[in-house]
Write a protein that binds this ligand. Structure first.
Ligand code: ZN
Length: 302
């Protein structure tokens, strides 16, 4: 009889083959007092550049992207899942893409294994939003939660949006699969999920911050510490156009005007207060801070 346990054990044995190539999975680390934050690579996405640059002044946007030594026809943003350990809890912020979105992503389980962690070790999963690269790693091969011991949490407004039966009809053809994928997965945790309001503290030292626009109920999470850190999700979703021209509407945002207002206000505050940021799609593991640069900003990794 093939139980779930046997299946996972077999997979783990296959992953431990001595000749299998190893990647360095812990992308970067930040220590805030007793709290340790690591970012884990879920891999990367492969997107037509238009997905992010669509709607921007084309020549100027391409010049910014080229200045960052990136190709202008397609973008391959990294996906950084944040792992926070405070001595008691083992918390993931988002769960990556899982196996069903893009072949270059969905590598989180391997990243955890490289940290000597198992899916059973995770005590909480806090979602920033319901997009595939953040949510679709929620379930295992048997459509059960991949992290069986974890308490799952997501913003109330975000949950309401993706579980609204009208959303597949109103989100637009290009994103209809996002809606179907999110509602199917959220249905599995409907009875146990905790829904968060703006400014709520889901766990000691962690505060939810409503940062809407990329999606209707997007949450960032503020981590208390000697120097606080903000887990951004996708409210600042790249290190090029989003930093240089936060006011520009982006094709990747569901409500581009609201997202631009959220992004501009956040960058202004983060450049002033010097807090650490952890961005899901920012380079070099995603940990860094914001500096003013000319009329815009720049991402300073580390
Ligand atoms: Zn994303």
């Amino acid at each position: 009889m093939l139980t779930r346990r046997h299946f996972l054990t077999a997979s783990a044995a296959a992953a431990a083959m001595p000749l299998a190539p190893r990647r360095l999975w812990a992308a970067s680390t930040l220590t805030l007092g007793e709290t340790r934050i690591d970012t884990l690579s879920d891999g990367n996405l492969v997107l037509p550049a238009d997905f992010i640059l669509g709607g921007m002044p084309e020549a100027e946007a391409q010049a910014i992207v080229a200045r960052h030594a990136l190709p202008t026809d397609r973008l391959t943003p990294p996906c950084n899942v944040t792992l926070l350990r405070d001595g008691t809890n083992t918390i993931l912020f988002d769960v990556g893409s899982g196996p069903d979105f893009q072949p270059s992503a969905g590598k989180l389980a391997e990243a955890l294994a490289a940290m000597d962690l198992t899916v059973e070790d995770v005590t909480h999963v806090l979602f920033t939003h319901g997009h595939p690269d953040h949510l679709w790693g929620l379930l295992d091969e048997f459509d059960e939660p991949l992290f069986p011991n974890a308490r799952h949490m997501i913003g109330q407004a975000e949950y309401d949006y993706w579980t609204d039966p009208e959303t597949p009809n109103t989100i637009g053809e290009a994103r209809a699969s996002f809606a179907a994928g999110a509602s199917r997965r959220l249905a599995v945790i409907a009875d146990s999920v905790r829904l968060l309001a703006d400014a709520e503290e889901p766990l000691p030292g962690i505060t939810a911050r409503l940062t809407p626009g990329h999606t209707p109920g997007h949450l960032a999470y503020e981590i208390a510490g000697p120097t606080p850190a903000l887990i951004l999700g996708d409210c600042i979703a790249n290190h090029h156009v989003a930093f240089e021209r936060p006011d520009w509407a982006s094709g990747s945002d569901q409500d581009p005007a609201l997202a631009a207002a959220t992004r501009a206000a956040l960058l202004d505050r983060l450049a002033a207060d010097g807090h650490a940021i952890i961005g899901f799609h920012l380079p070099e593991g995603g940990i860094g801070r914001v500096e003013r640069a000319g009329t815009g900003y720049r991402f300073v990794p580390g």
